[in-house]
Design a protein around this ligand. Structure first.
Ligand code: SF4
Ligand code: SF4
Length: 329
């Protein structure tokens, strides 16, 4: 049963927790962390060798489709612009800022998100704790004044593709999810700008999506380190738009996931990298340098995960497909 609750379902030790530095993700550490086993490794680097081995699910055609799936995300950088894209439509310039009841605008924003491809949408106040301290270039992250609301969207991924994990079609489902994210945030941001409000569209950049999604009532944190939603399990990609449009925040939800994960180990069993904890209880322990301190959870060893991706020559979704809430296997 899904209950609305007053407090988020994660636990933070405020004396220890610090804003996360995006340079500490494995995707950035591969550039600078000489102690990491994956230093200098781009996980797709050895794809040519894997393709020539003629294994099912690792063909050249499937790899071509995988790379193509990322096109909108990787090539349409305007999706992540914090400024209006192009010229404002002259008809919109006749209007000043749209003033309306926050409850009414919340419904309009949610309707818009669904129309632009969001499978789930929720609203939360931006908790600065979850804004990165520094971006991938090492620049401090500052959120413009007034952008206090986050519109958090979940994009459901193609279950048939994810079911093939860790083969290339599952990574294609991931890439399609990212490209749909770029479309949804770009259009949502322009919608808000047309109403003369600020809009900061984001994928995985700028702030941690999972705690914001928990705050916005989309799901809970699973043993696999992913957001688990009641509707789609872990089979979603997350994106968000920060705005100064006044909205009404949703309450977090609790559907008993933490208790469920205590006795379920399907994701850790399915992980070929041994990256997911088998501990009976969540704790404040970390598993690698890419885990932030001060969060109670089952910490995922992101180093082992990335090393498996490199061996696999593609992203893996085993911990998504194995989760009973994803309803895939
Ligand atoms: S993505 Fe794959 S390797 Fe990484 S934690 Fe999930 S199951 Fe393990
Ligand atoms: S597979 Fe089981 S333990 Fe892992 S996140 Fe899903 S419910 Fe939790």
């Amino acid at each position: 049963m899904v209950k609305r609750v007053n407090e988020p379902t994660y636990q933070i030790n405020p004396g220890v927790h610090r804003r996360f530095d995006q340079r500490n993700t494995v995707f950035m550490r591969r550039f600078w962390d000489r102690e990491a086993g994956f230093h200098g490794v781009e996980y797709r680097d050895l794809a040519a060798g894997r393709i020539s081995a003629n294994e099912a699910g690792y063909s050249r055609v499937e790899f071509a489709r995988l790379l193509a799936s990322w096109t909108v995300h990787d090539c349409f950088r305007g999706a992540f612009s914090w400024e209006r894209l192009g010229q404002a439509d002259p008809s919109m310039m006749q209007f000043g800022r749209h003033e309306a009841d926050p409850g009414v605008m919340t419904e309009e924003v949610k309707r818009t998100a669904r129309q632009f491809g969001a499978s789930l949408v929720g609203i939360c106040r931006v908790n600065e704790r979850f804004v990165y301290s520094h971006d991938r270039s090492g620049d401090p992250v500052e959120i413009p004044a007034g952008c206090t609301y986050a519109i958090v969207m979940a994009i459901a991924m193609d279950k048939d593709g994810v079911a093939t994990s860790p083969q290339y079609p599952s990574a294609t489902a991931t890439g399609i999810g990212y490209s749909k994210m770029a479309f949804a945030i770009a259009c949502m941001a322009e919608f808000l700008r047309n109403l003369r409000y600020k809009a900061l569209p984001m994928g995985n950049d700028t702030a941690l999506s999972i705690p914001l999604a928990i705050d916005a009532g989309l799901g809970q944190l699973g043993r696999n380190g992913l957001l688990i939603t009641p509707e789609y399990g872990a089979c979603v990609r997350l994106c968000k738009v920060f705005t100064d449009l006044p909205l009404v925040a949703d309450r977090p939800i609790d559907f008993g996931l933490t208790d469920f994960c205590r006795t379920c180990d399907k994701c850790s069993q399915a992980c070929k990298a041994g990256a997911i904890s088998t501990d009976p209880e969540p704790s404040f322990d970390v598993a690698c340098r890419s885990n932030n301190l001060g969060i109670k959870r089952w910490a995922v060893n992101a180093d082992r995960c990335y090393e498996f991706w490199a061996e696999n020559t593609a992203a893996c979704s085993n911990c998504i497909s194995a989760c009973p809430f994803s309803k895939i296997t």
